[in-house]
Design a protein around this ligand. Structure first.
Ligand code: SAH
Length: 347
């Protein structure tokens, strides 16, 4: 699919013609990653963060939220729950929290790898190279780091660099692959200032980077962030601003599947937040093959407020698991078993 075609589909609004896009994405998904939907247990291990991302509710200067960092025992309890539920992987996610020490996390990864068969995914922000090396050596398998937007000017506006260190998520992604991690990235859809041209470039960039995992979800404004308080003047000019809608999210999921046939693509919680009744299923029917049920203890989950009114905020891990199973089976798919790593086509 060419860039022009990607752009054409992003702008398509005719429901009948879009059915062709959904059909094509679902076929590519079926042929390349099969009908299994893999479950990754998400554990939000800390909401401390040193960053000032304009979109994110756990940014350092949001004083309105309480902060927490889970203990090793608390995390291991969630991990064992994941084992009991038959999940093949856990995702440890947090703000960019240097209270999470290199050694401490390496020991935790080793413990998970020695006590379980689980794949371990990390999503801890832009950590220094020696951390990525140490955690890979400890046995971590995958790392998620969304580049958020490929438009450098927009990126700098929404994701300020730390003093004296230019944020370069593409360099980190290349390094992660070099170290042998499965690398995951992705973008938010409908960030104020995001144009159709830049979103087209984002999708083309997924293809160039040959990513193993790609997460895309709608941008959801958080009132206690700078971006959440913007007015309409900060949007891209009329006809160019990408809307942060459910419909646009499906288009991006479908196009991502078509350009990256073998990638693992989640149907995200941000999407479910826009349509609690059917968002997950529609994401899965239009290209996605992964869901990430939340394992974070509910008392912490409410504090991990990257955006407001997150779906499933007060459910227990067990509720989440049954709900996901029901949704997967309701659309004629199977609950995946095993780690569900990236399958690469044989040459
Ligand atoms: N600190 C880690 C993990 C961040 S949370 C990191 O920066 O990589 C994971 C993802 O949530 C982010 O990459 C971002 O794409 C998404 N996110 C953050 N704020 C959001 C918002 N307001 N609306 C939608 N998605 C958001």
């Amino acid at each position: 699919m060419t860039r022009d075609e990607i752009l054409y589909w992003l702008k398509e609004e005719d429901e009948q013609r879009l059915k062709e896009l959904w059909r094509q994405a679902d076929t590519v998904r079926h042929e390349n990653v099969g009908d299994e939907v893999h479950l990754r247990g998400l554990i939000e291990i800390s909401n401390y963060c040193v960053r000032e991302c304009g979109y994110c509710g756990i940014r350092v200067d949001n004083k309105e939220i309480g902060r927490y960092r889970m203990t090793e025992d608390e995390i291991m309890e969630c991990v064992h729950e994941a084992v009991q539920y038959g999940y093949g992987a856990v995702v440890l996610q947090s703000g960019e929290d240097y209270g999470i020490k290199t050694r401490w996390l390496a020991d935790l990864v080793r413990k998970i790898k020695s006590e379980t068969e689980m794949a371990v995914t990390l999503s801890l922000g832009e950590r220094p190279d020696e951390d990525l090396v140490a955690w890979r050596e400890a046995g971590a398998n995958r790392y998620l780091l969304r580049f958020e937007t490929s438009d450098r000017e927009l990126y700098e506006r929404i994701h300020p660099s730390l003093p004296g260190k230019r944020s370069d998520r593409f360099a980190i992604l290349r390094r992660l692959k070099e170290l042998g991690y499965e690398a995951g990235s992705g973008v938010m859809i409908g960030i104020p200032g995001q144009t159709y041209a830049s979103l087209t470039q984002d999708i083309d960039t997924f293809r160039e980077l040959d990513l193993d995992m790609i997460g895309v979800g709608p941008y959801i404004p958080h009132p206690s962030t700078p971006l959440g308080q913007l007015n309409d003047e900060q949007l891209a000019p009329d006809g160019e601003q990408v809307p942060n809608t459910e419909a646009m999210t499906y288009k991006v999921i479908a196009l991502t599947r078509i350009v990256c046939p073998e990638a693992n693509i989640p149907s995200t919680t941000a999407l479910a937040t826009l349509n609690l009744a059917a968002g997950r299923e529609l994401g899965l029917s239009r290209g996605a093959n992964i869901v990430m049920p939340n394992l974070t203890p509910p008392k912490y989950r409410v504090m991990y407020e990257i955006y407001p009114a997150k779906a499933c905020i007060s459910e227990t891990a067990n509720d989440c698991r049954y709900c996901m199973h029901r949704r997967i089976l309701s659309i004629g798919r199977e609950v995946g078993s095993g780690q569900g790593g990236r399958r690469k086509r044989q040459n």
